[in-house]
Design a protein around this ligand. Structure first.
Ligand SMILES: Cc1cc2nc3c(=O)[nH]c(=O)nc-3n(C[C@H](O)[C@H](O)[C@H](O)COP(=O)(O)O)c2cc1C
Length: 384
């Protein structure tokens, strides 16, 4: 189980620092996970050397990092400069980035994705239509910068006989991730992208064995889980799901039933972890209180359970203390605080994130220039 990595290093830390009183305060120290965060700085879909510094800044010995969403094939892209892992060049480009995380004692999983209909013919080979479970188009949406409008090309519904090829793309991408040195992969089954487009009944309008019933809608996701598990070993596989989110017009009429069905079905494959996005995150960036919870899914899933979405230090500690999760995944706070676990340890103030630089292509600004905490004063204070 993933959470055990931390304890040995954690005890070691305590001995070195002689700060036994931190034991309780740091309960989640190594349960703090870097969320997958698209940063759009992988020019022409190739990971760049500046990512070495970015990821190594965010590495703590014993900690888990999940890399940004990484395309499985040339039809998988829908945004500028997101990385891929389907060519030799991309695999080679990931290697020094993964090595840097390992050199600092981190565990690194690659999130592999296919955007499906969240794309446009400009991102597709030969200007073809994006593929999906459906041919229903997305309505144009305001981009993250709040100004530009993203236009989506009407997707082409995958024929039943084409689906094994897409499953195979995920299998090959998982193999490539291991070749690049990653410790495992996370399937991006959240946020309205291809896997979610099959699972959610507001998107999937198929009449074959991949549409209709819950079992049919989850078939594509589970075939991918099985294929990647057979390829690289189930103990190297995680999946991210957001049954409650309706990002990219991907709502479901019964998200509890969907989340529970997936949690139970995943047990058959014995994968390492299930990573669920909190129901309060209806969209990727906005938190709104709601009566739902992930508790049933947490109880149903037998492996390590990760939660994400709107957590802060206190909230994350509470989720662990109450047994609602094994690990807590942090997105925006980790983006802006490369030393987030350290800051949580000292209960130190956090840098504020700047949305305007989330997706700019600059190799430094808003990427590797968020300052680290000066810990000397904190250690001194604790000693006196
Ligand atoms: C800049 C940015 C990029 C993101 N990219 C991804 C991504 O590549 N894959 C993914 O599953 N989620 C992505 N998300 C969602 C985050 O992983 C996370 O679930 C979300 O930010 C909520 O967590 P937080 O409240 O801790 O930030 C992204 C979010 C942000 C802000």
């Amino acid at each position: 189980m993933l959470q055990f990595y931390g304890f040995f290093s954690f005890e070691f830390e305590l001995l070195v620092m002689g700060l036994i009183e931190l034991r309780l305060a740091c309960f989640v120290y190594f349960r703090v996970v870097l969320a997958p965060l698209t940063r759009q700085r992988s020019y022409n879909n190739v990971p760049q050397p500046h990512a070495i510094l970015y990821y190594s800044q965010r590495t703590t010995k014993g900690g888990l990092l999940i890399a940004e969403a990484t395309g499985v094939s040339d039809t998988a892209q829908g945004y500028p400069d997101t990385p891929g892992i389907w060519t030799k060049e991309q695999v080679e480009a990931w290697k020094p980035i993964v090595d840097a995380v390992h050199a600092k004692g981190g565990t690194f999983f690659c999130q592999i994705w296919h955007v499906g209909r969240v794309s446009n013919q400009d991102y597709q080979p030969n200007g073809q239509a994006p593929i999906s479970s459906t041919d229903k188009p997305l309505t144009p949406q305001i981009r993250a910068n709040g100004v530009d409008i993203a236009q989506f090309t009407r997707p082409r519904r995958l024929r039943t006989d084409e689906i094994p090829q897409i499953v195979n793309d995920f299998r090959l991408a998982a193999r490539n991730a291991i070749e690049a040195g990653f410790d495992g992969i996370e399937l991006h089954g959240a946020h309205g992208y291809l896997i979610d487009q099959f699972m959610k009944d507001q998107v999937n309008d198929r009449t074959d064995q991949y549409g209709g019933s819950l079992e049919n809608r989850c078939r594509f996701a589970l075939e991918i889980v099985e294929a990647v598990s057979n390829e690289i070993g189930a103990d190297r596989v995680g999946i991210r799901l957001s049954p409650f989110a309706n990002y990219m017009e991907s709502g479901d009429s019964n998200p509890e039933a969907l989340g529970l069905y997936m949690a139970e079905s995943l047990n058959k494959y014995g994968i390492l972890y299930c990573h669920m996005v909190d129901p309060r995150m209806k969209t990727v960036g906005e938190k709104s209180e709601c009566p739902h919870s992930l508790l049933l899914m947490r109880k149903a899933f037998k492996g390590t359970f990760l939660v994400a979405g709107g957590y802060d230090r206190e909230d994350g500690n509470k989720a662990i203390a109450e047994g609602r999760a094994d690990l807590v995944v942090y997105g925006r706070f980790f983006l802006a605080n490369p030393d987030l676990p350290r800051r949580f340890e000292f209960n130190a103030p956090l840098n504020k994130y700047n949305r305007e630089t989330f997706y700019v292509s600059d190799p430094v600004v808003g990427y590797t220039d968020y300052p680290f905490l000066d810990t000397s004063s904190y250690v001194t204070k604790k000693k006196h």
